[in-house]
Design a protein. Structure first.
Length: 306
């Protein structure tokens, strides 16, 4: 195989109770990428559409992730990468992760799959370092593995795939403003109180339990963040209003997607999700900020060949 076309999905990271360790994969929002072998013994970003992103390989997250994989493999094979961006950078739904995960997935396929999907995570994380200054895996892991991913440890890296309750739906609202992950991380306190940490641990444990038991009520009670959300939410227009709107229309929970400005409402079933989506749309249409809305199930497969 000399060329491959893939779909690289958007992701929602943190999910309120799991900062930097929890994320999930969306099923109908994502980028398309075409990766092909070349005879030049180098990785090239040959085309980017949809967004103004660097063509210089070492300044593009897909290029950086690809180089990390090839270096580890001691491979001299060259690759050309086309990226057709549908996920806006700085939107909070894993734009850099989609490019990074898509690149390593495609190259791994073209090399005959020397690595498992789990092993690809570390290479994709190198792209996240370029994007945010931090090697976090809560976007790239679900992008590669699908479903829900829990990062048990970063050193050594260990990622666990979690079950997906069949009725879960996500409504994503993206206000058309940009919040760079690097900037959003810089305002987070480096130390937290033991009391808040205990609350967070309890909610994360309960969230994981709810996925295994299909306990939607427990899941909703677990979607709380006393550490990061209070700081980041001030950067997001109408955050508290959208929170109230989501819950009053039956959402299980509401929170910031990744570093924002996108927000998510987790819902049970299509009917409830459609109701929440309509409420969000009616609210934002009266404001002076452009926006995009997505309703998605949980993608259980992650990156896929088209």
């Amino acid at each position: 195989m000399e060329e491959i076309k893939i779909f690289a999905p958007a992701t929602v990271a943190n999910l309120s109770c799991g900062f930097d360790v929890l994320g999930c994969c969306l099923d109908n929002v994502g980028d398309e990428m075409i990766v092909s072998k070349n005879d030049l013994n180098e990785v090239r970003i040959t085309k980017v559409t949809g967004q103004d992103l660097p063509l210089e390989t070492k300044e593009n997250v897909a290029g950086v992730a690809a180089i990390a994989l090839l270096k580890h493999q001691n491979s001299q094979q060259g690759f050309d990468i086309e990226i057709h961006k549908k996920i806006k950078p700085g939107s909070g739904i894993g734009s850099s992760a989609a490019s990074s995960a898509g690149a390593v997935y495609a190259i791994n396929k073209l090399l005959g799959e020397p690595y498992s999907a789990n092993e690809l995570i570390a290479f994709a994380m190198e792209g996240e370092v370029l994007a945010s200054g931090n090697a976090h895996a809560d976007n790239v892991a679900p992008a590669l593995l699908g479903g829900f991913s829990l990062v048990r440890s970063y050193d050594p890296l260990e990622v666990i795939s979690l079950p997906v309750p069949s009725e879960l739906r996500l409504v994503i609202l993206h206000p058309r403003i940009e919040i760079k992950t690097r900037d959003s991380r810089s305002i987070i306190k480096q130390e937290v109180s033991l009391k808040k940490a205990i609350h967070q641990w309890g909610n994360l444990g309960a969230f994981v339990s709810s996925l295994y038991t299909d306990n939607y009520e427990l899941l909703g009670r677990s979607l709380k963040d006393e550490i990061v959300e209070p700081v980041r939410s001030i950067l997001i227009p109408y955050f508290s209003e959208m929170d109230s709107l989501a819950r009053s229309n039956g959402a299980l929970g509401f929170g910031i997607s990744g570093s924002g400005p996108s927000v998510y409402a987790m819902c049970r079933g299509n009917e409830n999700a459609e109701k929440v989506k309509e409420a969000f749309q009616n609210f934002y249409e009266k404001k002076d900020i452009g926006f995009e809305l997505h309703l998605s199930g949980i993608n259980k497969k992650g990156v896929k060949v088209l």
